[in-house]
Design a protein around this ligand. Sequence first.
Ligand SMILES: *Cc1c(COP(=O)(O)O)cnc(C)c1O
Length: 464
Amino acid sequence: MNMITNHMPTAELQALDAAHHMHPFTSGTELAAKGARVITRASGVTLTDSEGNEMLDAMAGLWCVNLGYGRDELAEAAARQMKELPYYNTFFQTTHVPAIALSSKLAELTPHDLNNVFFAGSGSEANDTNIRLVRTYWAEKGQPEKKIIISRKNAYHGSSVGSASLGGMQPMHAHGGLPIEDIHHIDEPNWYAQGGDMSPAEFGLERARQLEAAIEEYGAHRVAAFIGEPIQGAGGVIIPPETYWPEIQRICDKHNILLIADEVITGFGRTGKWFGCETLGIRPHIMTIAKGLSSGYAPIGGSLLCDEVAQVMNDCDFAHGYTYSGHPVACAVALENLRILQEEKIVDRAGSEVAPYLKEKWDTLNDHPLVGETALCGLMGSLALSPDPSSRAMFAADKGTAGLICREHCFANGLVMRHVGDRMVISPPLVITHAEIDTLVERARKALDLTHAELKDKGLMVAA
Ligand SMILES: *Cc1c(COP(=O)(O)O)cnc(C)c1O
């Protein structure tokens, strides 16, 4: 076979892709008919495809390229590490400098006493670690029956058997017979879609108290942990009412339940502070990290443990680990990413300058006749499409029909914005400039106009 390169005609690349490459969360048959878009390069917040089209990536890849594309320092850090020590494991009483340096750096950056990290290759793997870890923790403390983990419907915690069981996505549970045993899901704090006549504050308390009801139903002696994303990401950037997390924290503390904050998206500046826990006032025992840890330049994740949990785990011989736990190249890339985020004050500026400007502009979309609400926390945001914005109405058409139309108009007009059902979501690189934010919002408005026109044409501006 000839060398396959960026210089091949797009149609040939698409045909080979369709013939051999299976895409996540995608019908291969549908995609083959259409042809995948071939992304060839990227710089800053801008992607380029094989036809030379440029797109503003308002999703930072998959919520991960916090630093933006094209930072040579990260490539150089990887090359340096590959030449010096491309791989060694940390299983058999050995260690290496990148793992030592990154774990020390994480202990410094994370809040409270989350001073101990167990590395993984991804967020899914880290959450699998968490399942085994919290159950082992309680068993070590003489309570082996304390193993139920409570999560939320429409949560996303990854795609492996364990992490997708923690997640609350029905279509994922349908594939492969999930969830595994002893994982239970309460309702999500999605006031816009489910709050009815309640005020957001009342609704936040009602949803949090479902955790207490579940604990009382099963018995606190059987419940090991609660897991939640500080702000649901893949579920549609659902920002919980202010009353929600303090009540969850109170309930976990009162019933002696470990609190796991899945910060895979909210970590590393996404909410305008280093961690979502700081923005939302949460004090977790365990924190899941991945994505922004390396800005997506290398695959790496981990579980950060507070001192007390780490002490118990350190006293036992936890039979768990991945070949690539603490991979030296991934650690070196993550370290360089954190160095730049910190030294160039990118996280500080995200909170103090970028987020307020983005909020001002994002909220201008609220007047659009298709927009039921705009929501934003730091640099993660969403807007709800609605056939009747004043009543928060849903569409009569299948969920996601309007969202998909809108996404297609975004793509065709130089903007990568994702849809979750009929919510559009954004999570741009933290380095996005004010001028790029202006472009983002202009293109979003144009896509909304085109979507509105198309929905009217097709007779789809009808409330359920
Ligand atoms: C993406 C994500 C994961 C899974 O991470 P992978 O690296 O894809 O395995 C877990 N939790 C949250 C909140 C995520 O957004």
